[in-house]
Design a protein around this ligand. Sequence first.
Ligand code: DGL
Length: 268
Amino acid sequence: MSPSAPIGVFDSGLGGLSVLHEIRQLMPHESLCYIADSHYAPYGEKPHTLICQRSIVCVDWLIEQGAKAIVVACNTATAAAIGPLRARYTLPIIAMEPAIKPAGEITRTGRVGVLATAGTLSSKKYESLLRQHARHISVISQACPGLVEVIESGDFSSVALRELLDQYLAPLRQAQIDTLILGCTHYPLIRSLITERAGEGVAVVESGSAVARRLQQQLAERDLLNLQAKPSPLRCWSSGELQTQQSLLQSVWGAPLLLHALPTFSYS
Ligand code: DGL
């Protein structure tokens, strides 16, 4: 495997771009391939078996593009599929999880809120994360059905978005949390809106930059960091409607990108 090979990243849609931004910032020389599996978004309320199948389709495609490492830029896909993915592939696979551990270290009051998808919060992985890192704190977990769909529509200033946020933040405000975890990669895309409504002095944390650092470390350990070569432009694939996806992805990424259709091939 050559250090100039790309890093493959996928999510159900736009959300993984929040992680991709962190990767680009930390490792500007790396070439990146991204899949927005938008036809299947949101993953959050879908059965774990389907998310597992979609994750395999995405990873197979990224490997076909020559990926040297994979980032599952999706908390829900990590919760549903990380075990099977790591059992199936030998290349490094870096995964997302809600930032319970860092939140436990920074909270002063011990009251921490988590916004995430129903799929993440109902998973065994989340249960074990809490058992491991949240014994000393009180965690209030809030599922956010509908939020990813509104973010996927690309209208970050809609009344519907503000209303949904207020609805989901109300129990957390009532519990007087001092730290809020964004446990879905879509939510950092509306971070300022969330911060402004979460309550005064509430620290908002997420895992994107930690994942980028872990990726860098894993590549360094394998001598796979691309330190010299000029990166090729971001290559993207989507399973959704291409024209809409092109403008959405481009506006969130903030630079021109070339979008292709993710070929439909069956899960094997
Ligand atoms: N962005 C994803 C996550 O981190 C998935 C959201 C969804 O499709 O429901 O959980």
